[in-house]
Ligand binder design. Structure first.
Ligand code: TXE
Length: 481
């Protein structure tokens, strides 16, 4: 059986504990690998290797760092098919999606930040004729990078690429549920010629390996993507050590459809924003609000399109909806469907485990895409992040009502607005408590824009120069003239 080892100082090493945890293919329920069960001693070794490597990596010219990271991008491309398959096996996502989104985005993350550092600028301020101030930006040292299971390689590289491009070394802790593409990436960094210790990957549970990183005194910076509850723990560990922290957390994103919207587009994209990756994307629009004048028609078309989604073997390239990431997660999501019934909701589509799956995946963790109506916005199902293929649909009567519903949760990550009225679009976008607002689209990402959440969806912004600022520290130099 494949053993996923830690990657420390340029080599693969077994965990100090000598113990391993199983890695399950969620489409079959079968164990496909064993993962190093790491803890503080492994993290210590990785941080020591990263600290040593930092001394020369920080002095490596940007052009050379850029060249090495562009080589990593190329190697990801050269190993495209294998990475897409591993991601799909590990996470349960349709292979078509990992080919369309996960692997191309990993390539882009490296290319984007490898070239961004060649364009970085710093500022100067003249204090009348008395002084010249300029700003130096320098990497901090060892970056602690913790990523989740929903977009494993996509989000891991979204952290590693800017951290390392900016001159830091890193210790990354991928989700213990989906370690396989991180393990493959580690080998590709060796092939690319990244010096030992610049990128280290430690596997294992969040409570041991993750926490050892967030509470490590020699890790001055943490970039975390994951659940809001975990984010609070990260903050609690990092706070007393005054670490620089960026948190990208959960969402309960509104998707608002006005009566003047292009209905066909709105339905087609809302199907994507509700059910892509089995609804396991922090940016999924899990609460649909539809203006009453088109509510019945929208709902009929939306439910019809939901029922047409092909749920099945993630390795089949025609599959639209794959397996949820784990059995406990499936049970959690099913629990919310039951709760919706108790709260008085009507299930218009889905709600059950699919009956006629192909033989190979009958032991997997599948749930039909589910559409729920009739719930009050204060209900738990409409307040808590479900993170599965479950969407609620609610009518509204005015823009103000839609805005109030949309803003009525503790989250504020992203929102979509569907309207052809430009003034309405601007007004609603400005009023939403949301880090990102998409108008007449969803998940259209330009890597230069600030990305992050409001309220309990996160702290800080990454993306473009925001990422490079996060991964460097500013120093003011003031020279008397
Ligand atoms: O994520 P966790 P979980 C949401 C979603 C999901 C819920 C819980 O609602 O149902 O969070 O998912 C590491 N110190 N999202 O429990 O635990 C962990 O090992 C340091 C939204 O699977 O937050 C993994 O690498 N690290 C989300 C990473 O944190 C810790 C994506 C994320 O896992 C740790 C995933 C600790 N104490 C879940 N505990 C999004 N925003 O995209 C765990 N980890």
């Amino acid at each position: 059986m494949k053993r996923v080892l830690n990657f420390i100082d340029g080599e693969f090493r077994p965990p100090c504990s000598g113990r391993y945890i199983p890695d399950v293919d969620p489409a079959t329920g079968q164990v496909i690998a064993e993962i190093a069960e790491s803890g503080p001693a492994d993290v210590d070794a990785a941080v020591a290797a990263a600290s040593r490597a930092f001394e020369s990596w920080r002095k490596t010219p940007a052009e050379e760092r850029s060249r090495l990271l562009l080589r990593v991008a190329e190697l990801i491309e050269e190993n495209f098919d294998e990475l897409a398959r591993l991601e799909s096996e590990d996470n349960g996502k349709p292979i078509a999606l990992s080919r369309r989104m996960d692997v191309p985005r990993a390539v882009l993350n490296f290319r984007f930040f490898a070239t961004a550092i060649l364009h970085a600028e710093t500022r100067a301020h003249m204090t009348d004729d008395r002084a010249l101030n300029y700003t130096l930006r320098a990497p901090l040292g060892v970056a602690g990078l913790i990523s989740p299971w929903n977009l494993p390689l996509y989000l891991l590289t979204w952290k590693i690429a800017p951290a390392v491009a900016a001159g830091n070394c890193c210790v990354a802790k991928p989700s213990e549920l989906t370690p396989l593409t991180a393990d493959r990436l580690a080998a590709l960094t060796v092939e690319a010629g990244i010096p030992p210790g610049v990128i280290n990957i430690v596997h294992g549970p969040g409570a041991s390996a993750g926490r050892a990183l967030t509470s490590h005194p020699k890790v001055p910076l943490i970039s975390f993507t994951g659940g809001t509850k975990t984010g609070a723990d990260v903050m609690a560990c990092a706070g007393p050590l005054f670490k620089k922290v960026s948190l990208e957390l959960g969402g309960k994103n509104p998707n608002i459809v006005f009566a003047d919207a292009d209905l066909e587009q709105a339905v087609a994209t809302s199907i994507q924003s509700s059910f892509s990756n089995q609804g396991e994307i922090c940016l999924c629009g899990s609460r649909l609000f539809v203006e009453r004048a088109i509510y019945d028609e929208f709902l009929a078309r939306f439910v019809d399109a939901t029922k047409k989604l092909r749920i099945g073997d993630p390795q089949d390239s025609s599959t639209d909806v794959g397996a949820l990431v784990s059995e406990p997660h499936l049970r959690k999501v099913e629990g919310y469907v039951e709760l919706a019934k108790e709260e008085g909701g009507a299930i218009l589509a889905g709600g059950n485990r699919p009956a006629d799956l192909p033989q190979r995946v009958r032991g997997g963790y599948f749930l039909e895409p589910t559409v729920i109506t009739g719930l009050d916005c204060a209900r738990r199902v409409m307040q808590e992040e479900i993170f599965g293929p479950v969407v609620t649909v609610t009518p509204f009567d005015s823009p103000d009502e839609a805005i109030a519903y949309a803003n009525g949760t503790r989250y504020g990550l992203s929102a979509s607005v569907w309207t052809r009225d430009l003034q309405n679009a601007h007004r609603v976008a400005a009023a939403l408590d949301s880090g990102t607002v998409w108008v007449n689209t969803w998940l259209l990402r330009d890597l230069r824009v600030p990305f992050g959440g409001m309220k309990e969806s996160g702290v800080g912004r990454e993306g473009g120069f925001d990422s490079l600022q996060f991964f460097t520290e500013a120093k003011n130099v003031c020279i008397k003239l």
